[in-house]
Design a protein around this ligand. Structure first.
Ligand code: ZN
Length: 272
């Protein structure tokens, strides 16, 4: 077995919350098979100087990430299942630190007995977004990607491929969307999963939104913690689900009117 760093109580708590969200994603049907991935910038919880860093397993990425050297990320493993992560985080995720040569990383923690877990195939989207968030000094440290069914279904409907129409619909189906998803949802046109093109298009969308939909694929959200990121997706999907429930019953939902939405106050909601 390779080397592994000690985990602080704070980091342990973060991992516990990740496992909880992984369990919920699976139960909701938003993380079928090996779908879905989560990453967290955990640099502040990792010692700056790690003795014998070179003895930790090291691997190469097919792209360089200048600016991320020395930063550490918890990241779910490629091909791993959320339902397994919920039970055994260390066997289905890893904490990696980008090396000085930023197309390499060391695995500091996680993996199976031989520390063989490699980061998600969506690593480019995750690292590109973390780099953007760090450059912006943004408070968000968490990225989650999942496959919420009703939101994905909406991205298959021609009418809602316009961001403005999509946002109007989601706000009108659930007042919490207006309160919690204040920047609205971004829509990234279909790109090959795992590709750098998808990563670049997502970073562009994240510049303006905290949640983006990947057309005909899934959803990606950022948050200060994993529960906040999950809640955002949950609130949005509830809006989409209510829309489809009405449609499935053969009814056309009225939706909240502009006047009703105008009266929605953040304060009143947060007190509930
Ligand atoms: Zn996906």
């Amino acid at each position: 077995m390779g080397k592994s760093i000690a985990i602080s109580q704070d980091l342990e708590n973060i991992i516990t919350n990740i496992a909880e969200v992984a369990r919920i994603l699976w139960k909701l049907g938003w993380a079928e098979s090996n779908a879905g991935n989560i990453s967290v910038n955990v640099t502040e919880h990792i010692p700056e100087d790690i003795k014998e860093l070179n003895k930790f397993p090291s691997k190469e990425i097919d792209k360089s990430y200048p600016g991320l050297s020395g930063f550490s990320f918890f990241i779910t493993g490629a091909g791993t299942r959320m339902r397994d992560l919920a039970k055994e985080p260390s066997g289905n995720a890893c904490i990696l630190r980008l090396a000085e040569k930023s197309n390499r990383y060391h695995i500091l923690w996680g993996g199976r007995s031989d520390l063989s877990v490699e980061p998600t195939s969506e690593i480019h989207s995750h690292l590109s977004i973390h780099r953007f968030l760090l450059q912006k000094k943004a408070p968000q440290k968490v990225i989650i990607h999942a496959h919420p069914e009703e939101l994905i279904a909406l991205t298959h409907v021609h009418e809602y491929k316009q961001e403005s129409k999509l946002n109007r619909l989601l706000r009108s189906m659930n007042p919490a969307v207006k309160i919690i998803i204040q920047k609205g949802v971004g829509l990234v046109p279909y790109r090959v999963p795992g590709s750098d093109e998808l990563a670049q298009a997502t970073v562009k969308a994240i510049e303006k939104h905290d949640v983006v939909l990947w057309e005909k694929h899934g959803c990606l959200a950022i948050g200060t913690d994993v529960l906040e990121a999950f809640d955002r997706v949950d609130i949005l999907n509830k809006a989409a689900r209510i829309f489809f429930m009405c449609k499935n019953a053969g009814l056309d939902p009225e939706g909240l009117s502009a006047a009703q939405l105008d009266k929605v106050e953040r304060l009143s909601w947060s007190k509930k």
